[in-house]
Structure formats: structure tokens, C-alpha cells
Design a protein around this ligand. Structure first.
Ligand code: SF4
Length: 512
């Protein structure tokens, strides 16, 4: 229907207009053969019951909203944190469009990744020629310093051998012999985006440090953030290391790439870890990992191949940040500066101010294992009580680590951990055992709509709210951001349920 050019309305308003409501009604009645509204309501109510929950949890062959992405998403995320690096995906256009849009919608930034555009013929005869042509075009058109290659399901099903394909491409003159082309096989029918991140990070570090062993220390500390989608977190880590006077290399630093300034010029490769620094990472004093489950293979590689001391730390909340800073101090011999002590005091003060509103509140959480671990550890410090912890891509070691943390807290005893479950399972859990709030990514808005339980958006992806990735979640400063999101969500809800004048507004207070 034509819009009035004098008053263009947003689709929220547009689709309420009579011509659209009539059209939707007719479509429903005449084409969809839909059930009556009463029947839909009856079934909808049934899906909230314990009986339905049991059937839902007996489900085996279907996943609904899995709360994870596929491997190449993590692989290309790891790659763009390195200077001048273009991810190259051996596979179909459609998959790569999904990866790019997923990341672009979260960051509201362009995300560059090329595809070898495999179609039916490549699926039958193999994708060698696609890769040779694709790598040549990539190099000539976009002039990258490094091309990081991963795969989609199709290339994995037909068994494309990336190592020999890349060698063939270089021998055919499609690329200079000198350009680094690390590669990772990233079959998406196993693992998730965090597996892909790990595979690519290990591959890039292995490629750039090929044949090297630690010779003499360069005096630096390597820091591997993991699949951390908060751009401010890398900046926060760098700030804290800077305050302590620690020389470091972030492996890899995508904060500028995924949060670049708009200065009127397009830069295809903003920021990133210098390749020469990454190529010297094997000579660092030690490597600190800020996540555990996104870097299992990378940690093993650095410890065994580079012979380095490795530490995995989770700088979330007071305790986690304390441990992080004290460990850095132990490794480097540098003292923790007063400025960080003052920041700690500010977080403790903020927690004390908000404690009464968060203490004893029951919550659910879903997401990647490291994110769940970090957020839950902080919420336990505030006296919040986890009830449902759902981690589709978590494993038995994660469950064990979580249980240790939960059992060590007086507030963790009532939690259940659900591995390999999806958001439709969580919907049943929230209806049958409701909580005061839940934490998760944007897909949780459907749970919020159905259950009316307040939602705190933390995780990836966050498509439907802006700029959250520009705030830190780690360190003492990040703790204040987390606290802000949680406590103000609870206060918003309190206002919402007490805002009827003359009925519920006895608790509609100005001061909370
Ligand atoms: S799961 Fe496989 S087919 Fe689907 S988008 Fe990921 S790589 Fe492509």
C-alpha cells in the first residue's frame, strides 16, 4: 500500500492501519487455514504446564533456538582481530552472508569476509578451483596482509583439504608465497562458534610462529580474550595492564575493527594486533586466557609447543578481578596501583547501594560457558540465586566447574545446570519454575514476551538494543555496568507492577 510521503510511518504504526489488519485477517482465514483463536489460546496455555515440560524435555530430533552459532562465525571473529586480515570462507555465499549479517547486526559495523561461492558443481567436483580463483581475487581486490581461511558445512562434507588447496593456489601464482594464509577446518555439524574461534586462533598463532620455539623472553604478556563480544573489554584490559606498567600483546584485538570511528573515510582493516607482534608471541613471559572453553586447543598448543606458562582467569566481579590482578602482579612482579584499588572500592560501594534489590532474587541465565560462569559468579556476589543455567554448547568440565562455584556459595544451592538444551526448553523451565529475572542475548525477548519475566540483555548476539557492546563487563568498571543493567531492570519492573493510580501505586516510589 502506498504511504503518504508527507508522513512516512514506522512499520510498528503502519501495520496497525485498517488495510493491513484486514489483509492479515483475510490471509489467516482464507490461505493459512489457521486454528481458531480459542484453540491457539488453549494450546498456548498447555505449553506452560508441567505436562508439556516433560514432553518438551523428551524431545530428541529437533532443536528450537539453540543459543549458539556455527563454527565459522567464531573463526572469522578471531581472524579480524589481527592487522590487515581478511577472513576467507571456503563454502557457499549464503552461509557467509549469515556470518557477516550476524556480526554486523550486533556491532552495527561493516564486517568483511569473502566466500569462495561454492555451488552445485563445486559440491560434486570439489572446491579447489573456487579456492584458487577466490584467493587470487581476494588478494588482488582487497590487498590483505593475511588471509584466514575456514570452511562451511558443504566444504567439510565433500572433504576439501584446505592445506593442499592453499599450497596449490600459491604454486599456481594466485598468491605470493610470502603471504600468511592460516586455515582452520570448521565443520558446523560439531561444536559451535566457540569451537571455530579456538580452531582459528590456534591456526593463526601456529602459522605466524611456525617452526619457532621460545628463545629468549620479549618481556611481554600475551592476553587471549576469547570469544568476547564486548569491544570495551579489550580496551579495559589494556587500560588495566597499562596502569600496572605491563607490556602486552592482545591475541587478538578486534576492538577497533568492531567499533571503528566514523571519520568520513572507509578503512577496511581498522586496528588489530600487529602481525609482527603476533609472530613474536611465542617469546612472551606467559599467556593469560580470559576464557576457558573458547580456547582449549589454543591453550594446549601454547603450553606445549611454546613451552609457556599459561593461566586462565575470569576477571568478572570483585573476586574474579582481584584474582586477575593479583595473578598478573605475581607473574610480572608489578604492584597493583592505587587507582585500581580505588576502582575496586567504587564497585564494592555500588554493590552495597544496590544489594537490597538484588539479594535473594532468583534468576535464569543462558549463553556461552565462559559468559555464564562470569556473570553467575558476579550475581552470586550480590546474593542473587541462580535457578536455571542453560548452556547448549557447554560440556562436562564446564558443568563440574559451575557446580564447584555454586556449591561454594550460600546462594548457589538451588541451581540446575542444563547442557545441550535450547531456548524452547528454557521457556518450559520459566513457566513451570518462574524466576525474578533472566539473563541472555536478544533471542530471549521471545521468552520475555511470553513469560513477562524481566530480561537483562548480556551476551551475543544483541540485535535489538544498541551500544551495549561498547560497555565493559569485566574488571571493576565492568562490574558497575553489569550491576547497572541488572538492578535497573529490576527497578523498572517494580515500577511497571506498581503504576496503576489508586490501585497498586502505594509502592510507586520516587526513591528506590
Ligand atoms: S551450519 Fe553449516 S550450512 Fe548452516 S550456516 Fe553454518 S556453515 Fe552454513
Amino acid at each position: 500500500m502506498p504511504q503518504n510521503p508527507e508522513r512516512i510511518v514506522d512499520h510498528v504504526e503502519l501495520f496497525k492501519q485498517p488495510e493491513y489488519t484486514e489483509l492479515f485477517k483475510n490471509k489467516r482465514e482464507q490461505f493459512e487455514g489457521a486454528h481458531s483463536k480459542e484453540e491457539v489460546k488453549r494450546v498456548s496455555e498447555w505449553t506452560k504446564s508441567w505436562e508439556y515440560r516433560e514432553k518438551n524435555f523428551a524431545r530428541e530430533a529437533l532443536t528450537i533456538n539453540p543459543a549458539k552459532g556455527c563454527q565459522p562465525v567464531g573463526a572469522i571473529f578471531a581472524a579480524v582481530g589481527f592487522e590487515g586480515t581478511l577472513p576467507f570462507v571456503q563454502g557457499s555465499q549464503g552461509c557467509v552472508s549469515y556470518f557477516r549479517t550476524h556480526l554486523s547486526r550486533h556491532y552495527k559495523e561493516p564486517f568483511s569476509a569473502v566466500s569462495s561461492s561454492m555451488t552445485e558443481d563445486a559440491a560434486v567436483f570439489g572446491g579447489l578451483q573456487n579456492m584458487i580463483d577466490g584467493l587470487q581475487n581476494t588478494y588482488e581486490l582487497y590487498k590483505p596482509k593475511m588471509i584466514a581461511v575456514c570452511t562451511t558445512c558443504m566444504a567439510e562434507v565433500i572433504g576439501d583439504d584446505l592445506g593442499s588447496f592453499i599450497t596449490n593456489a600459491k604454486n599456481a601464482g594466485a598468491l605470493p608465497q610470502s603471504i600468511p594464509v592460516p586455515f582452520a577446518h570448521t565443520p558446523s555439524f560439531v561444536g559451535s562458534h566457540i569451537t571455530g574461534y579456538d580452531n582459528m586462533m590456534k591456526s593463526i598463532l601456529g602459522n605466524l610462529n611456525q617452526g619457532k620455539k621460545k628463545s629468549k623472553s620479549n618481556g611481554k604478556l600475551n592476553v587471549v580474550p576469547g570469544f568476547d563480544t564486548y569491544t570495551e573489554n579489550n580496551r579495559e584490559i589494556k587500560r588495566m595492564l597499562g596502569l600496572m606498567g605491563i607490556d602486552y600483546t592482545i591475541l587478538s584485538d578486534s576492538s577497533d575493527y568492531l567499533d571503528s570511528p566514523n571519520n568520513g573515510k572507509f578503512d577496511m582493516y581498522p586496528g588489530g594486533t600487529k602481525l609482527e607482534d603476533a609472530a613474536d608471541a611465542c617469546n612472551a613471559e606467559a599467556t593469560v586466557f580470559l576464557q576457558k572453553y573458547t580456547t582449549i586447543k589454543t591453550e594446549d598448543f601454547i603450553r606445549k609447543e611454546w613451552g609457556q606458562t599459561t593461566k586462565t582467569l575470569s576477571p568478572w566481579g570483585v573476586k574474579g578481578t582481584d584474582e586477575f590482578l593479583m595473578t598478573l602482579s605475581e607473574i610480572t612482579g608489578k604492584p597493583i596501583p592505587e587507582e585500581l584499588e580505588i576502582e575496586r572500592g567504587r564497585l564494592v560501594d555500588a554493590m552495597t547501594d544496590s544489594y537490597a534489590w538484588v539479594h535473594g532474587k532468583k534468576f535464569a541465565i543462558y549463553g556461552d560457558p565462559d559468559l555464564i560462569y562470569g556473570v553467575t559468579s558476579f550475581l552470586l556476589e550480590l546474593g542473587a540465586e541462580p535457578v536455571h543455567i542453560l548452556c547448549n554448547n557447554g560440556d562436562a568440565p564446564f558443568e563440574k566447574q559451575m557446580k564447584e562455584m555454586l556449591n561454594a556459595s550460600p546462594f548457589g544451592k538451588g541451581a540446575n545446570i542444563w547442557l545441550k538444551k535450547d531456548l524452547w526448553h528454557l521457556r518450559s523451565l520459566l513457566f513451570t519454575e518462574p524466576v525474578d529475572f533472566f539473563v541472555g542475548n536478544s533471542y530471549g525477548k521471545y521468552l520475555w514476551r511470553d513469560t513477562k519475566i524481566p530480561m537483562v540483555r548480556i551476551g551475543y548476539p544483541l540485535f535489538d538494543r544498541h551500544h551495549l557492546h561498547r560497555y565493559s563487563t569485566i574488571g571493576y568498571k565492568g562490574g558497575i555496568n553489569l550491576l547497572n543493567w541488572v538492578v535497573n531492570t529490576l527497578l523498572d519492573e517494580m515500577d511497571r507492577v506498581s503504576n496503576i493510580a489508586g490501585e497498586t501505586d502505594i509502592s510507586f516510589d520516587l526513591v528506590r
